[in-house]
Design a protein around this ligand. Structure first.
Ligand code: AMP
Length: 204
């Protein structure tokens, strides 16, 4: 079971992916977190990724695809994973599909968090103050949102085109509000029943 959490920077993907992963007992795989750990360790990957991340740019597709392939091969991901921050480009989504096909898997659902841009910027600036992430500045946000529009937003249409269930969730509200909306959406899906009319959610 592979669920992709999708949305612009600051939409709450990481927070919500971690809540859902704990509930479903599958690992929460965040490529941003993996890269930040590599930067911390000073590995070759971290050294390559650091300036790109700090400027709000993406690391190259082939590099991040290798990262995710390695992570999904670990034993705790044998039953699936919640992906957060990957795929971020259509070539990454295609590579993920090919990788999953080889295992007889597929992307089961995409949870797309919808948050207006002014709220995103406020959240990013707040997170910059509390967590000290170097890419949580107004300048890096501008670059990240532009990259999101140009490279990542098309991933949404890619999945719609592939017939994957893309569930839109209103990402404004408390962590609990949003996670309850997501739970309401994903729970019936596990029984094969669609609940796109539930409050705050909808299926593209
Ligand atoms: P995140 O924590 O998901 O916001 O990711 C932080 C940064 O890590 C991004 O701004 C990119 O520089 C890099 N990154 C994370 N995931 C990817 C990805 N799938 N493709 C390319 N770069 C990524």
């Amino acid at each position: 079971m592979i669920t992709v959490f999708f949305g612009p920077p600051g939409s709450g993907k990481g927070t919500q992916a971690s809540v859902v992963a704990a509930r479903m007992n599958v690992p929460h795989v965040s490529t941003g977190q993996i890269l930040r750990a590599e930067v911390e360790q000073g590995s070759a990957l971290g050294i390559e990724a650091e300036p790109l991340m700090a400027g709000g740019n993406l690391v190259p597709d082939d590099l991040i695809v290798r990262v995710i392939e390695k992570r999904l091969s670990e034993p705790d991901a044998a039953g699936g994973a919640i992906l957060d921050g990957f795929p971020r480009t259509v070539p990454q989504a295609e590579a993920l599909d090919a990788m999953l096909r080889r295992r007889g898997w597929a992307v089961n659902a995409v949870v797309a968090l919808d948050v207006p841009e002014d709220v995103l910027l406020q959240r990013i600036l707040q997170r910059g103050e509390t967590e000290g992430r170097s890419d949580d500045s107004a300048e890096a946000f501008e670059q990240r949102i532009q990259i999101y529009r140009a490279d990542t937003a098309p991933v949404h249409d890619y999945y719609v085109g592939q017939g994957v269930r893309v569930c839109h969730v209103n990402g404004v509200g408390t962590v609990d509000d949003v996670s309850q909306r997501i739970a309401g959406l994903l729970k019936p899906a596990a029984n094969g029943v669609d609940d796109g009319d539930a409050k705050g959610v909808g299926v593209a």
